[in-house]
Design a protein around this ligand. Structure first.
Ligand code: ATP
Ligand code: MG
Length: 446
């Protein structure tokens, strides 16, 4: 092999992909129920967008971005998160002039140069939602309820929801002062990054993963003691709505989020089952972001959910996944005439919505049967020269071993008849078994 996959990236193999597809379909359906429509934005953007939209003092911008000059000399960055791109698209495409709020969601691959470990990759995937253009605490409660619905829908248990308010620039100024004072007293013990953060953005220190900084942060002043009246009322109202929706939460004043421009509500869904990488979803309000990117003041909010962590959590908890799809029918064909018939029949079956495959390698019957078994085909039909001449073969149910005659000319209606009557064996009409195949009248040739 000439080269291996890049460190921190992962292949999803065909045997596992149904799990990802199930999660992806479920999150999009749930978002749709709340009125969020999918938006698709590019994987790369101008580096400046993330410097402004994520924030210069964040770990992401300082240490984690995949940035490079393209052949035209533009400095470009692979998106480390989804909000900045969605916000840019909102502004650039004039969505800001349409009915507000604009509610969008996305599935996005994200790129961060981090130390890879379970639940922490360099290429990972996020499901995110953004709600642009509402200051209402109803929206804060709505996106939290949406995230919760995703977990409920997927059967994920034992997540704790932690919420906090980090105030607005007004009340935060006072809080920053208090924090600086507190951390300055223990400046020498802080890690290098945090010493640097002390003057520029002391709240970041509360988010530091180094054990010493975390220990010092434990007794730091609480942001909740510094909220202005408006921010306090907003936070109380969000909590009132969450209670009304029976969503359990705890208030954790240490949650500050990794991104700048967050205001008021921030939250995380945390699991104890997947080790250190415990935050499965995180988000909050970012009332300052759109203005920061050059738009009109537009209060907004959103969250990102890590799909690899979600999958890891579901597997750890033994959540149920739908089975991997297997072919409805495998046609084993022997001889050129039979192959032609198999090709034609397979197309008829597919046109009716069934999955139907045959051997591409012209192998012996034995080998074809083995192959069909490996594929997990639900039914098998064998076609040789005799079957083509007589126009009849047998449909074998691979689960029960039962074989039923089936006409090649009306194969699809025969297939309906056999499979449906097996499933609905008890249904009788006027005392007679119901003939599903004739009823649907499909697959009949002129
Ligand atoms: P963490 O504190 O674990 O580094 P974060 O605060 O950097 O997370 P966000 O930027 O809020 O994470 O991203 C939202 C979600 O995306 C996280 O809650 C997590 O589930 C997921 N996520 C973030 N970074 C990674 C990564 N490197 N690998 C896999 N999932 C990730
Ligand atoms: Mg991080």
């Amino acid at each position: 092999m000439i080269t291996k996959a890049i460190k921190g990236t992962k292949d999803v193999l065909p045997k596992d992909v149904h799990k990802n597809q199930y999660i992806e379909a479920t999150v999009l359906e749930t978002a749709q129920k709340f009125g969020y429509k999918e938006i698709r934005t590019p994987v790369f953007e101008n580096t400046e967008l993330f410097q402004r939209g994520v924030g210069d003092t964040t770990d992401i911008v300082q240490k984690e971005m995949y940035s490079f000059d393209d052949k035209g000399g533009r400095n470009i960055t692979l998106r480390p998160e989804g909000t900045a791109g969605a916000a840019r698209a909102f502004l650039e495409n004039g969505l800001s002039n349409e009915a507000l709020p604009q509610k969008v969601c996305y599935l996005a691959s994200c790129y961060r140069y981090e130390k890879p470990q379970a639940g922490r990759l360099r290429e990972f995937h996020q499901f995110g939602v953004e709600c642009f253009g509402t200051a209402s605490p109803l929206a804060d409660a709505e996106i939290i309820a949406l995230a919760k619905s995703v977990f409920d829908e997927l059967g994920v248990k034992d997540l704790s929801l932690e919420i906090n308010s980090i105030g607005c620039p007004k009340c935060r100024a006072e809080y920053h002062k208090a924090l600086k004072e507190y951390f300055r007293a223990r400046q020498d013990e802080l890690c290098d990054t945090c010493r640097d953060r002390l003057e520029r953005n002391p709240m970041r220190i509360l988010d530091c993963k180094s054990p010493i900084c975390a220990e010092i942060a434990k007794s730091a002043p609480s942001v909740l003691d510094y909220l202005c009246d408006e921010c306090r009322e907003h936070f109380e109202t969000v909590q009132k709505y969450l209670k009304a929706e029976n969503i359990e939460f705890t208030v954790n004043p240490k949650i500050v989020r990794g991104l700048d421009y967050y205001t008021k509500t921030v939250f995380e869904f945390i699991s104890n089952s997947i080790g250190a990488q415990a935050a499965v979803a995180a988000g909050g309000r970012y009332d300052g972001l759109i203005e920061e990117l050059g738009g009109k003041p537009t209060p907004s909010l959103g969250f990102g959910m890590g799909l690899e962590r979600l999958l890891l959590l579901m597997e750890t908890q033994g959540c149920e996944f739908p089975k991997s799809e297997t072919p409805d029918l495998f046609i084993a064909a022997l001889g050129e005439k039979a192959v032609l018939k198999a090709v034609e029949t397979a197309q008829d079956m597919r046109a009716e919505g069934f999955s139907c495959v045959y051997d591409l390698n012209k192998r012996s019957l034995r080998a074809q049967m083995k192959y069909a078994d490996k594929l997990g085909a639900k039914f098998i039909a064998v076609i040789g020269d005799n079957e083509v001449d007589e126009g009849i073969t047998k449909l074998k149910n691979m689960e029960t071993g039962e074989e039923t005659e089936i006409a090649l000319d009306t194969f699809v209606s025969g297939y309906y008849n056999i499979t449906l009557s097996e499933q609905l064996a008890d249904i009788e009409i006027n005392g007679e078994a119901f003939d599903f195949g004739s009823f649907f009248n499909v697959g009949d040739k002129e």
